[in-house]
Design a protein around this ligand. Structure first.
Ligand SMILES: Nc1ncnc2c1ncn2[C@@H]1O[C@H](COP(=O)(O)OP(=O)(O)OP(=O)(O)O)[C@@H](O)[C@H]1O
Ligand SMILES: [Mg+2]
Length: 330
């Protein structure tokens, strides 16, 4: 369904000159830097998949999405979405995709949401029956009726995001591109957005590519995750596999009856100490919590304890921080 091969996007960035009248000198005698934002990216997404596309700031996520949606023309490489080359056939492509950029609304700022949707109905030539069916669905799942008569500029961020999702899906596209759809949204509204994305993926078989900095979105929604860093895909695969590879460490958190001096115990490493509390990191393949508790408990009275599992966020952070892994090799 989505086919990306050796995709490259380079931006020409103007280098500003220092000193007096720098803007004018830059204007008349510009120097450029070529910034390769996306570097030889290749992947395939099958119909019905819900894929997370993550990476640190500036990694090239939005640039990739803009090429997939036809907003930007690739410098080289090939993109095909359902048989269409987005940048070459933007009109046809627009009919089969929906797009939400969390940072920027696609709706008309000053008019009520429902009027924006009516305009989009005409633009996309959505038949009356489909329009009605979709509006009913958005009322049920996104509570559109609560803010449909409000101008977009008066909406809260969570409402605006829901309005943008409704607009993106009004013509029942088969593919949905979401670039940070939960940014700045509170936990309750986030849950609602996630439930909606999940529902349209499951029920309507809409293929979704989702960019986010919220690992909760990924954990709740995606089974596959692609990690892009400095323009290159450094991981493409199962979230469970990442857990297996990076999730072999656990932390035993022990609260002692009394403050105790730092000490080491066989099979674990003391990683943090705070008052009567200590954190011991251990490899679950080499030590068991019960062994450790017995060893420690024999020396100092224990008041309370927990075993912490690594968060996906932590694992992803360690990948971002340079422990890169071969693409598809985990
Ligand atoms: N219009 C542009 N002109 C020049 N450089 C650009 C332009 N847009 C993006 N870039 C550069 O390309 C790189 C990738 O940017 P992109 O917006 O794709 O990152 P991102 O992964 O979406 O980051 P974020 O998580 O911050 O949204 C960055 O280094 C950015 O500075
Ligand atoms: Mg971005």
């Amino acid at each position: 369904m989505i086919f990306v091969d050796s995709l490259v996007k380079e931006y020409k960035q103007t280098i500003r000159k220092d000193g007096m009248f720098s803007s004018i000198r830059t204007l008349f005698n510009p120097n450029f830097n070529i910034k390769r934002a996306v570097n030889e990216v290749s992947f395939t997404i099958q119909e019905g998949e819900l894929v997370g596309y993550i990476g640190p700031n500036g990694a090239g996520k939005s640039t990739s999405i803009k090429m997939l949606t036809g907003i930007l023309v690739p410098t080289s490489g090939h993109v095909e979405v359902n048989g269409i080359v987005p940048s070459k056939n933007r009109k046809e492509h627009a009919k089969q995709i929906g797009v939400v950029f969390g940072q920027k609304t696609q709706l008309w700022w000053d008019i009520p949401v429902i009027d924006s949707l009516r305009l989009l109905k005409d633009i996309y030539k959505v038949p009356d029956s489909l329009y009605k069916k979709n509006i009913d669905l958005f009322c049920e799942l996104l509570e559109l009726h609560q803010f449909q008569n409000t101008p977009v500029r008066q909406l809260s961020l969570g409402q605006r995001m829901r309005a943008d999702l409704a607009a993106a899906l009004l013509h029942s596209p088969k593919i949905l591109f979401l670039d940070e759809p939960t940014i700045g949204v509170d936990v309750v509204a986030k849950e609602r957005l996630r439930a909606f994305i999940k529902e349209i993926n499951r029920e309507q078989k809409v293929t979704v590519l989702l960019t986010t900095h919220d690992m909760g979105d990924i954990e709740k929604l995606c089974s596959r995750m692609m990690i892009i860093d400095r323009g290159e895909v450094i991981y493409d695969g199962d979230i469970e596999e990442i857990r297996m590879k990076y999730g072999e460490y656990r932390t035993l958190v022990i609260q002692f009856e009394q403050p105790v001096a730092d000490f080491n115990v066989k099979g674990a490493e003391l990683v943090k100490s705070d008052g009567t509390k200590k954190w011991f990191k251990f490899n679950r393949n080499e030590a068991s919590p019960s062994e450790l508790i017995t060893l420690i408990g024999a020396c100092y009275p224990i008041k309370d304890l927990t075993v912490e599992e690594p968060e996906i966020e932590e694992m992803v952070r360690s990948i971002y921080e340079g422990k890169t892994i071969d693409a598809r090799a985990v």
